[in-house]
Design a binder for this molecule. Sequence first.
Ligand code: ADP
Ligand code: MG
Length: 312
Amino acid sequence: MGEFDLIEKIKSIFPSANQDGQIGIGDDCAVLDCGNGREWLVSTDMLIEDVHFLRSQNPYSLGWKSAAVNISDIAAMGGTPRWVFLSIALPAALSPTWIDEFLKGFRDILSQHHVLLMGGDTCSSKNGICVNVAIIGEAEKGRSIKRSAARVGDWIVVTGPLGDSAAGLKCILSDLPADEHVKALIQKHTQPCPRIHEGLQLAQLEGIGAMMDISDGIASDLRHILKASGVGARVNVTKIPRSAAFSAVCQRESWDELDLALGGGEDYELLFTCRPGTPLPAYCTVIGEITSHSEQLEWVGTERDFSGYRHF
Ligand code: ADP
Ligand code: MG
């Protein structure tokens, strides 16, 4: 059973109330009415040693990333992040310096986004490190942007270059000498910047449709929008924005640019749809359009097919 089949199974056993604008399982965040013209956005994400990171990774950037991936789920709904809860299971052998650095990274991104730590849980672990963060954000009632709102004919748009994070991971694993490009890619992998400002701006667009953040790679994540909205998509791979550092390192190392840009996860850029012709901010790139072919994802400009990252 794959990751998404398992989530579907859980959803069928615990049907949550998706009514009156409330959303349970299925979007980047749960959306809960708080009764005063606002809605709460709630999400949680876990990072596990040897699955999401290695012990050798800099603890500062792990602390940063643990909060960043959660803040990104608030950005994905066009909301404002407010409060987090941090639960950590740590092996007894971990040094106090490791923990100090981890907390510094966690604190720095929270203060950048004016988010407060409100609680959590601390345990020992007999195996690896496990970090779980839960986040609460907010939006104006009825204004958070769902995965289910894409319409046939909509443009498909991304907020920035794709593939940098996956290439950064490959740089770390291949132990490449840290020139300027390599450093930039590694930074994108270890300290991603959630697109809160962009999410808030895009949520105000008149023609906005569906939105989510790209955590598993666009080839996997776009399928969630297609499924939730009951539509298809045509994406022109030649239009996928790629950074100068990404193209330079991929060409030098003979890495497959499309594999990394379409299948590589953890860029945390936003992926959204909007009515064609909508005036867009300069950081946006239109990469395709929504079709009526239910859940079919067609690639233009390549003969190949792509899939993103999946657990299991
Ligand atoms: P993201 O990549 O944006 O963090 P996920 O793919 O992890 O989203 O999750 C998709 C949806 O499934 C979310 O609404 C999430 O809350 C829900 N979900 C994932 N795992 C579970 C679980 N074990 N129990 C209940 N809901 C879950
Ligand atoms: Mg998400």
